[in-house]
Design a protein around this ligand. Structure first.
Ligand code: HEM
Length: 238
């Protein structure tokens, strides 16, 4: 007796292909990694003291002026990041749902290897990073809700250093940032590797260099960023 196989899951003609979703994830993921690295380099100014850090925060608001209006470049960056975030999350959720639908009741079990292990943490890691971004913006950019009693200076645009120090003097917030930086480093390291698969890069030497670079970026995020809340809490950064 011949067994009838279920018809393969069909994509609605109007929705992008999985390949297109993967390309979206790769491009937007790359934009995020670039931003996190540049932002981390900027954060290092905290080691040069309040004047240097606050001058950098002020510069961010004036960069490009008078060619573009004040905050013009900053807003262009914000819009780019927001669009990238929406597209990244949209593609991730769409791929996840499509994968679930295609597998049906047959769950993947006991997948081994670095990539399989890493892939498992990507969705929960992504959700944690999303929560981090919301808390971080409320805490240090908007200066509302989360800062509550610890908000040292009501104008976050002028007193970026003081607000940062006040925020990280709260042990729970310092711990939250520290753990989030580990999650981000893990997500970046694995996501960076995945970009290779998504764009179909095959050269062995190129792959080795690319993967090593991802590892270095992850280490830099931990060393450059995660140390800041720890050192504030330890009193090294006052
Ligand atoms: C310990 C690590 C970090 C520290 C100390 C830190 C510090 C800061 C500070 C002080 C600001 C406000 C700057 C200002 O208003 O002038 C800021 C803004 C911001 N940070 Fe971070 N940050 C960290 C990690 C991250 C990470 C990992 C991301 C991304 C996943 C991120 C995304 C942002 C964004 C999107 C803004 C808003 C920029 C704007 O629109 O003005 N930060 N950060």
């Amino acid at each position: 007796m011949t067994e009838t196989l279920p018809a393969p899951a069909r994509r609605k003609p109007s929705t992008p292909t999985s390949f297109a979703y993967k390309q979206i994830m790769a491009v937007t993921g790359f934009i995020f990694v670039a931003f996190v690295v540049v932002h981390m380099i900027g954060n290092l100014k905290v080691y040069a003291g309040p004047e240097s850090f606050n001058a950098y925060a002020a510069w961010l608001r004036e960069v490009g002026y008078p060619l573009v209006p004040k905050k013009g470049v900053l807003w262009a960056l914000r819009v780019t990041l927001l669009v990238a975030l929406v597209c990244h999350v949209w593609a991730a959720v769409a791929l996840w749902l499509r994968g679930r639908r295609a597998r049906g009741p047959h769950r993947r079990r006991r997948l081994k290897g670095v990539m399989a292990q890493g892939a498992r943490g990507m969705l929960p890691g992504g959700v944690a990073i999303f929560v981090f971004i919301v808390v971080h913006l409320l805490d240090l950019t908007i200066g509302a809700v989360v800062q509550s009693g610890a908000f040292a200076h009501p104008d976050p645009q002028i007193h970026a250093y003081e607000n940062l120090a006040a925020s990280f003097h709260r042990p729970w917030m310092a711990a939250f940032y520290f753990v989030c930086m580990l999650v981000i480093a893990y997500h970046v390291q694995h996501g960076w590797r995945t970009i290779l698969q998504d764009v179909g890069a095959t050269g062995r030497r190129f792959r080795t260099v690319w993967v090593a670079l991802g590892g270095l970026i992850a280490i830099a995020i931990v060393l450059g960023n995660a140390t800041i809340p720890v050192l504030v809490l330890a009193g090294v950064i006052a």
